[in-house]
Design a protein around this ligand. Structure first.
Ligand code: MG
Length: 161
């Protein structure tokens, strides 16, 4: 595999691991606030991110590349409000989307068709990731961050399988 593509895939793997770390930190913040439904939802999100990282891990080896793990950045551990957490998560996912698009462009430039096809799943997944965070953000903005809204959302988010 092309060196630059391999390096970018390893960077993306790191960024998925950071996402898992960030969402686990958000889950811990919610647990600290007594919002166990929000926390449950974020833990599921963190697991999903670990799944994304493992998908890239598997792909690198299937192409004869080597996984080289790097340092994972320390995530923040406190926010100003629930809306602040969700907005942060949405902004984070938008940056992840951009980085996957850049990776796709690089694969195309290097004429690496297999990597382009591999990335199709991630491109679709990002649409969904941005959508779920946008929905929660909209509900919070629409209903306002009152105790009532938080409790309703908390029981709804607790149901994520
Ligand atoms: Mg991800």
């Amino acid at each position: 595999m092309d060196k630059e593509v391999l390096e970018a895939l390893n960077d993306q793997l790191n960024s998925e691991l950071y996402s898992a770390y960030l969402y686990l930190s958000m889950a811990a913040y919610f647990d600290h606030m007594g919002l166990s439904g929000f926390s449950h939802w974020m833990k599921k999100q963190a697991e999903e991110e670990l799944g994304h990282a493992m998908k890239i891990y598997g792909y690198i080896y299937s192409r004869g590349g080597r996984v080289v793990l790097k340092e994972i950045k320390r995530p923040p551990h406190t926010w100003n409000s629930v809306l602040d957490v969700i907005s942060h998560a949405l902004e984070h996912e938008k940056r992840v989307t951009e980085s996957i698009h850049r990776l796709f462009d690089l694969a195309r430039e290097k004429r690496d068709r297999a990597t382009e096809v591999f990335l199709h799943w991630f491109i679709e997944e990002q649409v969904e990731e941005e959508q779920v965070f946008s929905e929660i953000k909209q509900m919070l903005e629409f209903a306002g961050e009152t105790p009532q809204t938080l409790l309703i959302l908390n029981s709804r988010l607790a149901q994520r399988k």
